[in-house]
Design a protein around this ligand. Structure first.
Ligand code: NAP
Ligand code: BGC
Ligand code: ZN
Length: 353
């Protein structure tokens, strides 16, 4: 069976041969359709995030997958059902409180492994196994783009948590700004509904496919080299909601300035350590005197996968067609990891249904 892995100490993915997995009791066997690539995969390749499983010399990559149940193996799933796997698994297979409560997404590092990222093999293989509780059923219509459910679920969770922080008063957000025109930022921009005005911040020259995508959604492109995030309020308008998906560590602080009174910023980026100067007093005062909030969010739970699946089936297919610029067969997997400016979202295809 073909798989795509990162060897310990290497910085590029490579094809490997592994035996087809045999499901244990309670696990189903899944035939992989497609697996997406995101900024986290590049961080794993760069060695700044994640780990190879203990005692192994490689990590099978991939955490954004869609597949079809090949062998239910006595679980409640049916053969042929389209599924997406969740990412987190208990260390040593021993469910801790977070897993027992169905809240693995709230587990701190150390209380969870992450498939394809941190200490557990991922889904970039022709087949994988997973326990039923880690597989979310998807509508048949998502067989093609179901690998977007995982990143979309990350956004569902972040928005839920950010909005919950505003639930104690009558909050009626009108403006939203996504920081980052990478795959997560643009998927999120496509998912955001109910705002009068939306913006997306990047740092690219036109012509650029991400800028075209932003404008096709009716959003305004903002170049952070010309308009820094903390000037958004003056140049455009103060933002009720900010979604940070750059991993650029100055952005959370700049976002505090960009927010409208009562606004909230959801922080998703996973930056490296970086020491820089900020006016901490001003940021603290701004948060307090204007009732602003910053909410960090990572990963997602089954309920967020279900919400994401609903949201994706209701998006125009043309939007997903524009977002997913590259799908490569296993023989061309390297191209899915190319870090170029023509790719918005790439995936590796293992089976075609
Ligand atoms: P990505 O494809 O690398 O996208 C990051 C984007 O941010 C790039 O398009 C980059 O622009 C842009 N950017 C970086 N610094 C900028 C700046 N100063 N001004 C304007 N734009 C800037 O990564 P992704 O997959 O979208 O993910 C985004 C971040 O979220 C990553 O840090 C990732 O680790 C994190 N993430 C977190 C979660 C979670 O659960 N919290 C889930 C998924 C991803 P250029 O391409 O022009 O350089
Ligand atoms: C994944 C999440 C994961 C996070 C941190 C993201 O790219 O989509 O599931 O929790 O990285 O590793
Ligand atoms: Zn991801």
């Amino acid at each position: 069976m073909d798989a795509i892995a990162l060897r310990r100490g290497a910085d590029a993915p490579e094809p490997i041969e592994r035996p087809r997995p045999v499901p244990d009791a309670g696990e189903a066997l899944v035939r992989t359709l497609r697996v997406g690539v995101d900024g986290t995969d590049h961080e794993v390749l760069a060695g700044t995030h994640g780990t190879v499983p203990d005692g192994e010399d490689y990590l099978v990559l991939g955490h954004e997958a869609v597949g079809v149940v090949e062998d239910p193996n006595g679980t409640g799933l049916e053969a042929g059902t389209v599924v997406a796997p969740t990412v987190r698994r208990p260390p040593n297979g021993d469910p801790n409180d977070y897993f027992a409560r169905g809240a693995a997404d709230m587990a701190p590092p150390g209380a969870t492994l992450e498939c394809g990222i941190d200490g557990a093999h991922g889904f970039m293989a022709e087949y994988f196994t997973a326990r039923e509780e880690f597989l979310v059923e998807l509508p048949e219509a998502l067989a093609e783009y179901g690998f977007l459910v995982e990143p979309a679920s990350v956004t569902e969770k972040a928005v839920e948590h950010a909005y919950a922080s505003r639930s104690a008063f009558d909050w009626a957000p009108e403006s939203a700004c996504v920081l980052g025109n990478g795959s997560l930022g643009l998927l999120t921009l496509a998912m955001l509904g109910g705002y009068d005005r939306t913006y997306c911040v990047g740092r690219r020259d036109r012509p650029d496919p991400t800028v075209e995508f932003i404008e096709s959604l009716g959003a305004t492109y903002v170049d952070s080299r010309e308009i820094p995030v903390d000037a958004l309020g003056e140049v455009h308008e103060p933002m009720d909601f900010v979604y940070e998906a750059t991993g650029y560590a100055r952005h959370p602080f700049e976002a505090v300035e960009a927010l409208a009174p009562g606004g909230v910023a959801a922080l998703l980026g996973v930056p490296d350590s970086w020491t820089f100067e900020v006016d901490g007093g001003r940021i603290h005062r701004e948060l307090v005197m204007n009732n602003k909030a910053l909410v960090g969010s990572v990963n997602s739970g089954r309920e967020h996968f279900a919400a994401a699946a609903d949201r994706l089936v209701n998006l125009p297919t043309a939007v997903l067609d524009d977002l997913v610029t590259d799908v490569y067969g296993v023989g061309e997997f390297e191209r899915a990891f190319a870090d170029d400016e023509t790719t918005i979202k790439a995936a590796v295809e293992f089976h075609n249904q």
